[in-house]
Design a protein around this ligand. Sequence first.
Ligand SMILES: [Zn+2]
Length: 150
Amino acid sequence: MEDLQLQPTPNVTRRQLLMRGLRCQCPNCGQAKLFKNRLHIHHYCPKCGMRLERGDGYYLGPLCINYGVAVFTFVLPTLLLGFFGYIAIKLALVIAFTGALLLPVLLYSFSWSCWLMIYYICLPDELHANRTEDCDDLSFEEERRTRTKQ
Ligand SMILES: [Zn+2]
């Protein structure tokens, strides 16, 4: 495995975070895609080495975004169209069920990117590029040690 060290990069603005999030790029460096393929996120950025997949519980953010978008932009409106008689209720159920199965798969990578974007826009100091040299954040040090062991 290639030995990746966390490289110092210039500070990242919220606008840059927004653009990187919309393009599914690493929020830290913006030079690498977040995903190996459509359904597998890189555990660490292949360019800058920042940890992208943070383990237990971190997937809940993308899950909520994915679920919310699928339900409120597709499933619920489709069911309402069927309920109020604009389309047959059986057809609405079939369309809603199909959308409920397919949309989460199609939106998976984008919801991950949105989650990382929202997280780092709300907490920009958590981003490696925005940390100061004298930062004594223990989780950051632990992550650095973890990277050097692998
Ligand atoms: Zn990166």
